[in-house]
Write a protein that binds this ligand. Structure first.
Ligand SMILES: [Zn+2]
Length: 216
């Protein structure tokens, strides 16, 4: 917050509500920690994460990881409490978005689960903060046309992908649930290199159409 305040920069934070409601650690972090400790390589762990993401229900993931493994044991491995989230969201520079209930890879899920993930999160955030968010960041960047349609039905108006391209304003109404986003953590080592890479990126309608057709 001191950095946002210094530069008067608004920021959007996306919340997966299950972890807040249940006070649990994020399943990917738990799994990574557990498998690293047992000597698995990064590639092997990523393989297991990909496999679990495709399971049809969140309860399947919990069963595989073990419910106790997701217990919070320190401040470093927990999410907000509801009270903390409420205080945080009241700051004028802070905006809150949907990140599904359980951090689901939506494109891999059936329509009923997609709806439930988005709706449950919208309802809890409304209960906690007094409003339903207009924004979604698709967990794991997993999205397609079906996901966009269901998101729109849940009142979401802006969707953030992980397609690393620029956005030029105004964004077409059709592309509002397909907004590009750069990830600073990977594969670039530092912010200067990342900014150089971003400046060099192209963005045009043909690329968007090509990407969207891939998701159909
Ligand atoms: Zn996420």
């Amino acid at each position: 917050m001191p950095v946002l305040e210094q530069f008067q920069t608004p920021a959007l934070f996306h919340i997966s509500t299950w972890y807040v409601a249940e006070n649990r650690s994020f399943w990917v972090d738990v799994l990574y920690r557990k498998l690293s400790a047992s000597g698995k390589s990064h590639t092997e762990i990523i393989g297991t994460i990909e496999e679990l993401k495709a399971l049809p229900a969140f309860s399947d993931i919990i069963t595989r990881i073990g419910e106790n493994a997701m217990t919070v044991y320190s401040d470093n491995c927990r999410q907000f409490t509801v009270d903390e989230l409420r205080d945080f969201s009241a700051h004028p520079l802070v905006h809150i978005g949907n990140h599904t209930h359980t951090h689901a890879a939506l494109a891999l899920q059936a329509a009923a689960r997609i709806k439930d993930e988005l709706q449950t999160s919208q309802q809890l955030l409304e209960e906690w903060l007094g409003y339903q968010p207009l924004f979604i960041a698709y967990p794991h960047g997993s999205m397609n046309r079906k996901v966009m349609e269901i998101a729109a039905q849940q009142g979401l108006r802006l969707g953030l992908t992980i397609e690393p391209m620029k956005n030029y304003l105004p964004i077409d109404a059709d592309d509002m649930l397909f907004v590009h986003r750069f990830n600073f953590s990977d594969p670039w080592a530092d912010v200067t290199t990342a900014c150089r890479q971003i400046i060099g990126k192209r963005h045009d309608r043909a690329i968007i159409r090509q990407l969207l057709s891939r998701f159909r």
